[in-house]
Design a protein around this ligand. Sequence first.
Ligand SMILES: CC(C)(COP(=O)(O)OP(=O)(O)OC[C@H]1O[C@@H](n2cnc3c(N)ncnc32)[C@H](O)[C@@H]1OP(=O)(O)O)[C@@H](O)C(=O)NCCC(=O)NCCS
Length: 168
Amino acid sequence: MKQFQFNDFPNVTGSRVSLRQITDNDIPDLIEISFYDAVRAENVHQAAEMQARINQDCLDGNSIHWGIVDNETNRMVGTCGYYRGLDKGEGELGCVLLPQHYGKGYMTAGMSLAIDFGLHTMGLKRIWAATSLQNGPAIKLLERLGFVKTADVSDDEIEYEWRKNNDL
Ligand SMILES: CC(C)(COP(=O)(O)OP(=O)(O)OC[C@H]1O[C@@H](n2cnc3c(N)ncnc32)[C@H](O)[C@@H]1OP(=O)(O)O)[C@@H](O)C(=O)NCCC(=O)NCCS
């Protein structure tokens, strides 16, 4: 089922950051946070190949992958998106920041926009995220956004589900 295909890429504008489509010009800045099937790109060529696959997944309605842009500088600071579950009206939210932008609140702002878009524009019935027990910053981020832990998937992997956050 290709439930969430958009004719135009769904850019989302926020007050501090915005979510937008990643273009060829952005790829050199994103190499270290370019992943596909849990493999990280090592150079601009691999990152571009991965981005082409991601674009196809988005066109097929299987995922949405946004670049997070600082509205003041217009530079990308990280990425986030929905990567699984869309065929069931659900979304697994994932995210990654460029390390030089850790600890500035960018991801909280970007994920808030993605959650709001997922709930109110896509009409997702459930939003969840998976992370490692050791990933303190991710757990803190998810809890700050209103996720609660719902499952221990394995010795190391835990799952969180978005419930409600009055600030969103
Ligand atoms: C998970 C990850 C995105 C968290 O990054 P982060 O920088 O902690 O998250 P944010 O950008 O939301 O920043 C929040 C921090 O900025 C601080 N901050 C500073 N200025 C701020 C501002 N203007 N507004 C809001 N927060 C601000 C907050 O107090 C908070 O600090 P704290 O965690 O010490 O309390 C990052 O560690 C990462 O990319 N990890 C690798 C990928 C990963 O693990 N992804 C998770 C998959 S679920």
